[in-house]
Design a protein around this ligand. Structure first.
Ligand code: IPE
Ligand code: IPE
Ligand code: MG
Ligand code: MG
Ligand code: MG
Length: 292
């Protein structure tokens, strides 16, 4: 019997790449829109979210990648949309992404905005093509996307609710939404696509929440400690733009400690799951120690 342990990362990454290209090419899009969407989504990026979807699905008993791909690439499309808009002059105003000019630098602002819009709705189309529980998976995608946008508003414009006044609480609110929601949702959707029982879904959901929070704390650390060349995006911008980052609020030492705490939280969530979750354990430690 084929198990999660026998499917390697290269196979998953290649399947994700093919499915992403096919999703764009299967639609009769305006040629310029298709070109900008392909640019935003293909040929770069670590593919953390779709790999998490697939790995969570395999940990939940799926024996094949194929039925997990619609959910997986839906999250990558939302993620790519979020990056295109995050880089716009009205938001973070960045020129470089994934080692290349940002979408608005390559195509101009109008087409970059519309390509982001197109990726968002394509994600829902794709999620609705999931072989199992399509409506539930589409709802996961849409809810995570809405939460991501809430996080982007808090990050970019502030305006926190009355109940959220402490800097540490505000920071957590930003991170859990702008980055955590998509990563947690990607894990949940993988579990749902594999027909996970509620208790296992809860476990993978808790794993995803810890991973999502950790991912943005690491991103904040790398922004301060790595070069633009290593990151493939402009480093040192958070400080320059006065962003509410983990190192800005808590300092670098506590930021690194917090990454370790969140790694342990992710591992604890997986504790009752056997070796079928080993690839998820490996991903957690890889993302805690990544340098780009
Ligand atoms: C960057 O995400 C934006 C954040 C949410 C921190 P990734 O680091 O996953 O970006 P790619 O997809 O690998 O380019
Ligand atoms: C990423 O936050 C959040 C989203 C794109 C939703 P950042 O603004 O820190 O991401 P990078 O550093 O530009 O990739
Ligand atoms: Mg941003
Ligand atoms: Mg940014
Ligand atoms: Mg960043």
């Amino acid at each position: 019997v084929k198990t999660a342990l026998h499917i390697d990362d290269a196979t998953i990454l290649a399947s994700v790449e093919t499915a992403l290209a096919a999703a764009i090419d299967s639609r009769n899009l305006a040629p310029r829109l298709a070109e900008a969407m392909r640019y935003a989504v293909l040929g770069g990026g670590k593919r953390v979210r779709p790999v998490l979807t697939v790995r969570c699905g395999l940990a939940a008993g799926a024996t094949d990648i194929e039925p997990l791909l619609p959910a997986a690439i839906a999250f990558e499309c939302i993620h790519a949309f979020s990056l295109v808009h995050d880089d716009l002059p009205a938001l973070d105003n960045d020129d470089m992404r994934r080692g290349r000019p940002t979408a608005h630098k390559a195509f101009g602002e109008p087409l970059a905005i519309l390509a982001g819009d197109g990726l968002q709705s394509l994600a829902i189309e794709v999620a609705l093509a999931s072989p199992r529980d399509p409506a539930r998976i589409a709802r996961e995608v849409a809810q995570a996307c809405t939460d991501m946008i809430t996080g982007q508003v808090l990050d970019t414009l502030g305006g926190f609710p009355e109940s959220c006044t402490q800097p540490a609480d505000r920071l957590a609110r930003i991170h859990e939404n702008k980055t955590g929601a998509l990563i947690r949702g990607a894990c949940r959707a993988g579990a749902i696509a594999a027909g996970a029982a509620p208790a296992l879904l809860d476990r993978l959901s808790a794993y995803g929440a810890a991973m999502g929070h950790m991912f943005q704390v690491v991103d904040d650390i790398l922004d301060e400690t790595q070069t633009s060349q290593t990151l493939g995006k402009s480093a040192g911008k958070d400080k320059a733009q006065g962003k509410t980052t983990y190192p800005a609020v808590h300092g670098m030492e506590r930021s690194r400690e917090f990454v370790q705490q969140l790694l342990q939280e992710a591992e604890r969530a997986l504790a009752p799951i056997g070796p079928e979750a080993d690839p998820l354990r490996a991903m957690a430690s890889a993302l805690a120690t990544r340098t780009h």
